[in-house]
Design a protein around this ligand. Structure first.
Ligand code: GLU
Length: 482
């Protein structure tokens, strides 16, 4: 039996990192087992579902490089994979369960249920609703005919117990005293998550349900429902939740949570996917940086840890730097040129391009986020440097700066071959002769040519700028120093 798995997001929010990890583990399991990956849309919550969120989920999945064999947008043998298109099917299942005696019309009021739960808690007994206010099904039909709108509840067998072998967590067992007779169809005849999800899992032939641990307590309900439908339950794998480095549930306080926010912040999808894969799974042999195809070769759902996984943006940023350094240099240059042209809304001149090409390897070496690049290389593309005020105050108002810039201008003008080696030799000779340290001697030159104390490496920057521009900028800064 080849595995059939599904990722089932609700379009009530952006695809967030926890959801993406769930999608990824489903995908890795499908791809490593020759199985089928299905993307379903749990969009029964009409009020909170939006087309923007639905689009964000698809875009983010694609951006991460996760594809699917059946599902929304792709189609497949089961028709429409959006739950909103399958409401009649859920209603039919609920009605059939009522006929067969596995579910019942419930007229219990919220007040009754609250009072019952309060009493049970006070008495120290289980507060799970057991149908006590709905014993008289004989007049349900009359009450409905008279205009009452009951819910339909699943009748949990009592006493009883549901036990299953979770692939990640091992044996999990729920006594039915812990499980409510849960609503499957609301009084407006919309399905609850439990009903829609279980019907879909049965109808779509899902063999393995891989999802977040927050749904663990729903699983006995889904197993009971599946059995009541006359089907065999899937295997379940519940993934631990993601935590921030402080051990608290991952939230906006810890940084971005939406995948699209990471894209916008300059992360590479390959780095993000690699990092997400490690949140609960250890590929072994100390491997941390490994591409998707190697992960597919090694992935093992049974080796996923049940311990909470820490999502640490510092580690992710580190990994992003690794992936940026590993990018093909030509592709890296093309990417920066494209993004700068998009920012400037004009094509770059040949001179601009040449300077960027010269500087790119040094930037690539140091960049952790693609979004940092624009600022790092801006000085290569302007006619006149804009000085960062703090940098100017810190460096250019010190005594001796005028002399340093004069000396630098003179010596740089005298270089025969304008390359990194000669530039470095010349400037090191200069500070030796002036008997000053590298910080004091080089910072004024850095500020003069780049406008800031923070810039890519100095000698490489001068080489990329070219002699003429360098000298011009040194002269201008010198005149502003007074
Ligand atoms: N739609 C549910 C959610 O977004 C997931 C359902 C499931 O995986 O069973 O939390």
């Amino acid at each position: 039996m080849t595995p059939r798995v599904r990722f089932a997001p609700s379009p009530t929010g952006f695809l967030h990192v926890g959801g993406a990890r769930t999608a990824l583990y489903n995908w890795l399991f499908a791809r490593s087992s020759g199985g089928t990956m299905i993307l379903r849309s749990d969009d029964t919550d009409e009020e909170r579902s939006t087309p923007e969120y639905a689009a964000d989920i698809l875009d983010s999945m694609r951006w991460l490089g996760l594809d699917w064999d059946e599902g929304i947008d792709t189609g497949g043998p089961h028709g429409d994979y959006r739950q909103s298109a399958r409401l009649e099917r859920y209603r039919a299942v609920a009605d059939r369960l009522v006929e067969a005696g596995g579910a019942y019309y419930s007229f219990a009021t919220p007040e009754q249920l609250d009072a019952f739960r309060d009493e049970a808690r006070a008495a120290g007994t289980a507060p799970s609703y057991d149908g006590r206010f709905d014993v008289d099904q004989a007049d349900a039909v009359k009450r409905i005919a008279a205009g009452e709108r009951p819910t339909i509840r699943f009748q949990v067998p009592r006493p009883g117990r549901t036990t299953f072998e979770d692939i990640v967590r091992g044996e999990v067992s729920f006594d039915h005293s812990q499980v409510d007779d849960f609503v499957i169809l609301r009084s407006d005849r919309t399905p609850t998550y439990h009903l829609a999800s279980t019907v879909d899992d049965v109808d779509f032939g899902i063999t393995h349900v891989v999802r977040g641990e927050d749904l663990l307590s729903s699983t006995p309900k889904h197993i009971l429902l599946t059995e009541a439908m006359g089907a065999d339950p899937a295997r379940y794998a519940h993934l631990s939740l993601l935590m921030g480095p402080d051990g608290k549930k991952l939230s906006k306080r810890h940084g971005h949570t939406a995948i699209s926010a990471y894209r916008d912040a300059g992360y590479l999808p390959e780095a993000l996917v690699n990092y997400l894969a490690l949140l609960g799974w250890n590929p072994g042999e100390d491997a941390t940086v490994l591409p998707l195809n190697e992960m597919v070769d090694r992935f093992d759902l049974t080796a996923v840890s049940k311990n909470p996984a820490i999502f640490d943006t510092d580690k992710l940023e580190w990994m992003n730097g690794v992936y940026i350094r590993e990018m093909d240099p030509a592709e890296f240059v093309n990417q920066i040129i494209a993004s700068i042209e998009a920012d400037l809304a004009r094509p770059l001149t040949d001179g601009d391009r040449a300077r960027l090409v010269a500087m790119a390897p040094h930037v690539q070496e140091r960049t952790k986020l693609l979004t940092e690049i624009g600022d790092q290389v801006a000085f290569l593309l302007v006619d006149e440097v804009e000085f960062d005020e703090a940098s100017w105050a810190k460096v250019m108002t010190k005594p001796g700066v005028a002399d340093i810039l004069d000396a630098a201008g003179e010596r740089l003008a005298a270089i025969d071959d304008w390359d990194v080696r000669s530039i470095e030799e010349t400037l090191r000779g200069m500070i030796a002769d002036l008997e000053i340290g590298a910080g004091k001697g080089f910072q004024p030159i850095r500020v003069a040519v780049s406008g800031s104390t923070v810039s890519p490496p100095l000698f490489e920057s001068l080489e990329a700028l070219g002699r003429e521009t360098t000298l011009e900028r040194v002269r201008r800064a010198r005149s502003l120093v007074g």
